[in-house]
Design a protein around this ligand. Structure first.
Ligand code: ATP
Ligand code: MG
Length: 428
């Protein structure tokens, strides 16, 4: 039975094992050949002395080149001098496939490549242990997030991504042709999540794509991103923040505890917060007033986010935003309606999530849609759901790709997505 390279231990000295993977590197020194075999879990050294493996097998091994795919049956040899304290003496080698050389990029990373070359040849780029580490951490995060949702009684749902125009945030939509109608790619599951609150499903979550025609190429925007979304009934903004806090802390803890090898490969030290501080929008302006001046009611500029990130460090919430600059469905504060029950979760200067308690009263919602210069007619089906018994509710959307950036220490969001989509890139 095939095992992974990481499962081969010095204690197994003398045992025969089967391994499969890629030729990471090969070095022939006269009558001795060293092959480094790489699989998902690491690498191992295969040592083939001509006089021990025989003429025929020696010739076969000598014919191998970088990135050929092989299966090896061999004897485990404990050797203190070998990397990991073990090496393999091959008994049988099967060449499963050859790689065309020269390779467009070097998975052994002796020669570094530009990000564009790497993304063009992503399947080769992803063979690098460091790049795989990013996606193992992303996987660990998503697994942890799901576990938190299960523990907190959330039901996983999937909402449509082919939608009619329901513009609710500033970013542009992608139009598509839908038979004889115009449709769009969904920019957020927001309106569907809210409609589900009228069903009694009570607590729902969705992990799925959002599509946004972002005008500019930045290090933190993609045109197709993965959003972790929740909506919870009979809840307010504070309840929603409490869940988000748990999601973040548990994910940090799980990555810290279960992905030490990957974090070390990336040279990242992860912070596991004990609790996430909450400051109001007003307090945020106060904290940065000596560096950046923001008029009350304005959104935080990039400079303001950077200044705030320096003061706050780590994870923090910004709460009680001006009602004007949040979407129409955001619940205003009862005592100060110019402020609302919206929040953002930040990591330093990077926005990770936006959320709020939502308006559940039909009349107030219609009024707010009009106030934003939108037409209630366009929201007909959404609004219907508010007529027949909609409970109070709250929720948020957390960018999975952005959260992965934080957990892996990546500066560019493209590093955290297998096949990123940006203004210039639609392939592979
Ligand atoms: P930003 O101001 O950073 O552009 P936003 O406020 O427009 O973000 P929201 O509509 O609040 O984004 O979406 C919720 C979350 O989804 C964001 O906090 C972010 O983590 C993620 N997100 C939104 N747009 C993108 C995008 N284009 N690429 C990657 N992630 C995104
Ligand atoms: Mg936002």
């Amino acid at each position: 039975m095939r095992i992974y390279t990481s499962e081969v231990k010095p204690e197994m000295d003398g045992e025969v094992v089967e391994l499969a993977g890629w030729v990471h590197s090969i070095r022939a020194l006269g009558k001795l050949i060293f092959v480094i075999l790489r699989d998902r879990e690491g690498t191992i050294q295969i040592v083939a002395p001509k006089q021990k493996v025989g003429e025929e097998l020696f010739k076969k091994i000598k014919s191998l080149g970088q990135e050929d795919v092989i299966k090896v049956k061999g004897k485990v040899i404990a050797n203190e001098k070998a990397p990991g304290g073990v090496e393999i003496l091959p008994l049988e080698v099967e060449i499963l496939n050859r790689a065309v050389r020269p390779l467009p990029l070097d998975p052994a990373e002796k020669v570094p490549s530009e990000l564009d070359t790497r993304l063009d040849n992503r399947y080769l780029d992803l063979r690098k242990p460091k790049i795989q580490a990013i996606f193992k951490i992303r996987h660990e995060m998503l697994k942890s997030v799901r576990n938190t949702f299960y523990n907190e009684g959330f039901i996983e749902v999937n909402t449509p991504k082919l939608v009619v125009s329901c513009t609710e945030v500033g970013t542009e939509l992608f139009p598509i042709s839908y038979f004889d109608k115009e449709a769009f790619l969904g920019q957020s599951p927001q309106l569907y999540k809210q409609m589900l609150m009228a069903t009694g499903l009570d607590r729902v979550f969705e992990i799925g794509p959002i599509f946004r025609a972002e005008e500019h190429n930045t290090r933190r925007h993609l045109n197709e991103a993965i959003s972790i979304d929740i909506e919870m009934a009979f809840s307010d903004d504070k309840d929603a923040m409490d869940i988000l806090e748990k999601v973040i802390i548990n994910a940090c803890k799980d990555v810290y505890e279960n992905r030490e090898k990957e974090l070390n490969l990336l040279g990242v030290k992860i912070e596991v917060p004990e609790k996430i501080e909450r400051i109001t929008y007003d307090e945020a302006l106060e904290l940065i007033k000596n560096k950046v001046s923001i008029e009350w009611g304005e959104d935080l500029s990039r400079e303001a986010e950077k200044a705030l990130g320096e003061v706050m460090g780590g994870y923090y919430f910004i709460t009680e935003w001006p009602t004007e600059i949040r979407p129409f469905y955001t619940m205003p504060k009862e005592d100060e309606p110019e402020k609302c029950k919206a929040f953002d979760l930040m990591y330093k200067d990077l926005e990770l999530s936006s959320g709020a308690q939502r308006i559940h009263q039909y009349d107030l919602l219609v009024e707010n849609i009009k106030k934003k210069g939108l037409s209630p007619e366009g929201f007909k089906y959404y609004l219907e759901a508010f007529k027949y018994g909609m409970p109070p509710h709250a929720g948020w959307g957390l960018g999975a790709d952005r959260f992965t950036m934080v957990l892996t220490g990546m500066q560019n969001i493209r590093e955290c997505v297998l096949f990123p989509r940006d203004r210039q890139r639609l392939t592979p």
